[in-house]
Ligand binder design. Structure first.
Ligand SMILES: *[C@@H]1O[C@H](CO)[C@@H](O)[C@H](O)[C@H]1NC(C)=O
Ligand SMILES: *[C@@H]1O[C@H](CO)[C@@H](O)[C@H](O)[C@H]1NC(C)=O
Ligand SMILES: *[C@@H]1O[C@H](CO)[C@@H](O)[C@H](O)[C@H]1NC(C)=O
Length: 306
């Protein structure tokens, strides 16, 4: 028993030991891919004593011959290389361009004088989605909420401010509102299900860009109803700022490959919806106040109308 343990220790010392990594993954965002291979007990004093071979599945794809100090990558993995200067520290990791990388098992075989060892690392590919499901829901909820609030204001407009003077404008607002609602619904259908990056990006673009239509819509609702006041101006400025934030977020999301700017985009959309809510509350407030003021106004207007 003792001799068996002793034997294992002795044969262990003739083996190179590797830090254990079962798999690594890469995404669209990795320009280069590094497959780690670190020997823990290197004793070589010079890279001349070392020999490194990398296998992809069953085929050798890279050979470093320390005696000749030469690296030979397979044509299919032409960018593959190891860092010779790190070899004495035990680092025989294989680096290559992501274009050359293929999913599968990579075997790192290191020989150092009479000692040798190998380790297998699996390279996996992971698709990155721009947004988590929760973020996607917020990206859809805020514009839909904003549109519902717009329809609320539209309702007040048609109930309280309908006249021959405003009819044309109301029809125009109705048509634009319907188009906007349709675009956002189509955008949501493209964005929410699945991980298809092209469809998702198209849906996101449709929603974020078209939601800006709410700004001229809100402006025209105010103008048709009672014109500009300092409060409506403040509401519109808030909404423009929200839209700018959402657009900046959209650009950053499209340019970056990892989704780090989702919160910016979402807060922009949230501010747009908030401005829409303030607009509705204000309009309700003004409309209910105007009813009490209306009789004297009507008395002035009636002679003009008839
Ligand atoms: C891909 O990039 C990420 C982030 O930079 C990094 O953590 C990961 O190790 C890379 N994957 C590979 C296989 O090189
Ligand atoms: C091996 O070659 C590299 C350049 O290809 C050089 O930087 C390094 O010093 C050489 N190492 C030895 C031990 O000759
Ligand atoms: C290199 O790629 C070609 C074409 O894809 C393939 O036929 C060949 O088997 C590959 N060689 C190795 C060593 O993987």
């Amino acid at each position: 028993m003792l001799s068996l343990v002793y034997g294992m220790v002795v044969s262990g010392s003739a083996q190179l030991l590797f830090s254990k990594v079962k798999s690594v993954e890469y995404t669209l965002c990795n320009k280069t891919v590094t497959i780690p291979c670190v020997v823990l007990n290197v004793e070589a004093q010079s890279t001349e004593e070392m020999y490194v071979k990398w296998k992809f599945n069953r085929t050798y794809i890279f050979i470093y011959d320390g005696g000749k100090n030469s690296s030979t990558p397979d044509p299919n993995f032409s960018s593959a290389k190891i860092s010779v200067s790190d070899l004495l520290k035990g680092d025989a990791s294989l680096k290559m361009d992501t274009n050359d990388a293929a999913v599968g098992n990579y075997t790192c075989e290191v020989t150092e004088l009479s000692r040798e060892g190998k380790t297998v690392i699996e390279l996996k590919y992971r698709t990155v989605s721009w947004f988590s499901p929760n973020e996607k829901i917020l990206i859809v909820i805020f514009p839909i909420l904003a549109i519902l609030l717009f329809w609320g204001k539209f309702g007040i407009l048609t109930l309280k401010y309908k006249s021959s003077r405003t009819n044309k404008k109301i029809i125009l607002l109705l048509a634009t509102g319907v188009v906007l609602t349709a675009i956002v619904v189509v955008g949501a259908i493209l964005l929410i299900p699945g991980e298809n990056p092209v469809k998702n990006a198209a849906g996101l673009g449709l929603i974020v860009i078209s939601v800006g239509i709410l700004i001229p819509l809100q402006y025209n609702v105010f103008m048709t109803a009672f014109g500009m006041t300092s409060f409506t101006i403040a509401i519109l400025i808030t909404q423009v700022l929200g839209y700018v934030l959402a657009l900046v977020g959209l650009c950053l999301c499209i340019m970056a490959c990892e989704p780090v700017h989702g919160p910016l985009l979402i807060s922009g959309l949230g501010i747009i919806a908030l401005a829409e809510l303030l607009g509705l509350v204000y309009m309700k407030f003004v409309a209910s106040n105007q009813r009490t003021i209306q009789p004297p106004r009507k008395a002035v207007e009636e002679p003009l109308n008839e």
